[in-house]
Write a protein that binds this ligand. Structure first.
Ligand code: GLU
Length: 292
């Protein structure tokens, strides 16, 4: 594990589609925050869901980030190469008695929270997933943008999957293992993941890993107030013409540095915006961007 007092931030896209305006905002927010703190910015590709992966998307995301002036300071880590680490963490959770094999199907749960597995006969053919017990305790954190948040995992989440029945590790476990392995000191990401943070803190505590600071950026919504996302087939940003989208992303994040907005290249815009970046100026609320 890397131990350092130096700021280390990251951007962790899933290669389920091209970079759209919402993910550009997240990349930009995490990049500016890291640079404004004199820190490192690291890209990690979260390619742990082959059924949802789009061939070529990881490469295109990295190329698009580069066209917008953002490049990982360290070699890009692909989560698909790190399953041994997730496996070790999963074994540890089982050893602690915090995780258990479960054969409940999603449809059997029918939207209800999972509380304790009933290993009924007849379900044996289904490959077991591994779930961590949703403990009955309040887990709180002070988000740098969204303020104090608390969640009781038993009440709000239930027992949650850390390894799926098909053998792939779940985001919640992989993100915790990798944020620690990469020595991430602060996580800046979209507010859709606010709700995952208590689960991640719970896993960090179980595994004896440090908890980074968190700042959850507002989400970009489309005209129907849905989060922009790959599922919605939101239009990708254009790497051949980065300046218009880059300036709109700066504006979305409340960064109005005149030099950044007058700049003619991404490198100049980013350098100017990093000099004056202020987390306090980032609006808290999710907002509609008409043309996104
Ligand atoms: N891979 C996740 C996503 O693309 C982000 C994970 C994170 O930032 O913690 O939504």
């Amino acid at each position: 594990m890397i131990s350092s007092d130096r700021y280390r931030g990251r951007f962790a896209p899933s290669p389920t589609g091209d970079l759209h305006f919402g993910s550009l905002v997240t990349a930009l927010g995490s990049w500016l925050r890291a640079r404004s703190r004199g820190g490192a910015w690291i890209v990690r590709v979260e390619d742990l869901d082959p059924p949802r992966e789009v061939p070529g998307a990881a490469r295109r995301i990295l190329d698009t980030l580069a066209a917008f002036g953002m490049q990982s300071d360290e070699p890009v880590v692909m989560q698909s190469t790190r399953t041994g680490h997730y496996d070790a963490a999963a074994s540890r959770l089982v050893g602690l008695g915090a995780a258990f094999a479960c054969r409940c199907s999603r449809s059997a749960l029918a939207g209800a929270l999972h509380h304790g597995c009933v290993a009924a006969a007849g379900r044996a053919a289904r490959a077991a997933s591994l779930r961590v017990r949703g403990v009955d305790a309040e887990i709180c954190f002070d988000d740098l943008l969204q303020g104090r948040r608390c969640q009781n995992l038993a009440r709000d989440v239930g027992d949650f999957v850390v390894r799926r029945g098909d053998g792939w590790f779940a985001y919640q476990l992989a993100v915790v293992v990798d944020d620690a392995a990469q020595g991430i000191t602060e996580v800046v990401r979209g507010a859709d993941l606010l709700d995952s943070t208590a689960r991640q803190i719970h896993l960090q505590r179980l595994l004896g890993l440090p908890t980074p600071r968190y700042a959850h950026l507002p989400l970009v919504l489309d005209a129907t107030r849905r989060k922009l996302g790959k599922q919605l087939r939101s239009a990708p940003v254009d790497p051949a013409d980065p300046m218009p989208a880059l300036k709109r992303a700066l504006a979305f994040l409340g960064q109005d540095d005149p030099d950044a907005h007058a700049a003619t290249t991404p490198a100049l815009a980013l350098a100017a915006a990093a000099r004056t970046f202020s987390l306090e100026s980032v609006p808290r609320a999710d907002r509609v961007v008409a043309s996104a």
